[in-house]
Design a protein around this ligand. Sequence first.
Ligand code: MN
Length: 202
Amino acid sequence: MSAYTLPDLSYDPADLEPHLSARVVELHHDKHHAAYVNGANTALDQLDDARRNRRWADLPGLERSLAFNLGGHVLHSMYWTNLSPDGGGEPTGALRGAIDDTFEGFASFRDLFTNVTVSVQGSGWGILGWEPLGQRLVVQQLATHHDNHLLATVPLLAIDAWEHAYYLQYQNLRADYVTAVWNLIDWRDVSRRFERARSVAA
Ligand code: MN
């Protein structure tokens, strides 16, 4: 039995237009995200096989494959639920307070997050996360799906900066894609993740 399955979208791909085209969302979810789900399941199967057959030389490659593919599955699952046809605007409540305290206002945070996401070298992600040791929000720039990760940080908001997330619609204009995605962010979802991360860490 497979450990991971591809979650359905909670909206129709066309519902995110005009900010993200239906075709971009369909390919991204049905092909790219699905490939990470399959890759994580395959890596787990191969790790079982290596353990049973004592093929220890395979471990570094398989562990790396698991980290890459499971990272992709986790981040895409978050990305789809961070977006909503009813998204946009600004966060409120405790999340807003923490953003204001940490980044000196929402506009300043959005500038930072946009530039972190736009300046990813190659393929990666911009992430807003909760860092439990310091009890603070952090903005992370991930390379691929896991490199550069701040170890205990719980991601709350993830924006995909891989070319497959935008190239069909925005070509090389990654900044235009990130600007458009701000109109889709479901701050209620990000706030729920923030409350859960803080309560677990406490
Ligand atoms: Mn992606």
